[in-house]
Unconditional design. Structure first.
Length: 178
């Protein structure tokens, strides 16, 4: 007799096969991406604080930029934490075999690709050589995060990964009709 639901005591998640090696590797790379994004958050925060102080000494268009510092810092922290959370959320969802997460990971990588040229055209710092070194470090972190994203997308779309992302209804044995 065909049972559409697993017997009590078994979870529906137990029917999904374990994640293949490319998916497990992609998830590990996503965790590294979250760490790199956290480093970007910290580096950017230092740059914002140093640069706003240096720019405010010269006043920008007749305005003192130190008044905007709390807003700029808050926005940077919120955005940076959102990026870290996206890496972690995508890692968890892809581990569970969610096809929408694989697609969303690809879309997010596409958005990062659109931002890539802008990473090389950032304005120079007002704060001197120390901040300039931080700017180059920020560029290196951005490129590193982009490369990690490229690796994740490649791993998630490997033929060995595709079967894992099929809906569960298609992976279960269908009953035979006589």
């Amino acid at each position: 007799m065909y049972q559409p639901y697993p017997p009590s005591g078994q979870s529906a998640g137990a029917l999904r096969p374990p994640a293949p090696a490319p998916v497990r590797t992609a998830v590990k790379v996503m965790y590294v991406g979250a760490a790199v994004s956290a480093a970007q958050l910290i580096t950017g925060l230092v740059l914002i604080i140093v640069d706003i102080q240096a720019a405010a000494r010269g006043r920008f268009l007749g305005h003192n930029l130190t008044q905007a510092r709390p807003l700029v810092i808050s926005a940077w922290i919120v955005f940076g934490l959102a990026v870290v959370c996206l890496w972690l959320w995508m890692a968890r969802a892809n581990t569970q075999g969610r096809n929408w997460a694989r697609i969303l990971s690809t879309v997010l990588f596409g958005l990062a690709t659109l931002q890539l040229p802008g990473a090389f055209t950032q304005p120079t710092s007002h704060a001197g050589s120390g901040a300039t070194a931080l700017y180059y470090g920020a560029i290196v972190l951005f490129v590193a995060a982009w490369l990690l994203g490229a690796a994740v997308v490649w791993l998630l779309w490997r033929p060995a990964s595709s079967g894992f992302f099929k809906p569960q209804a298609f992976t279960q044995a269908q009953p035979r009709h006589s």
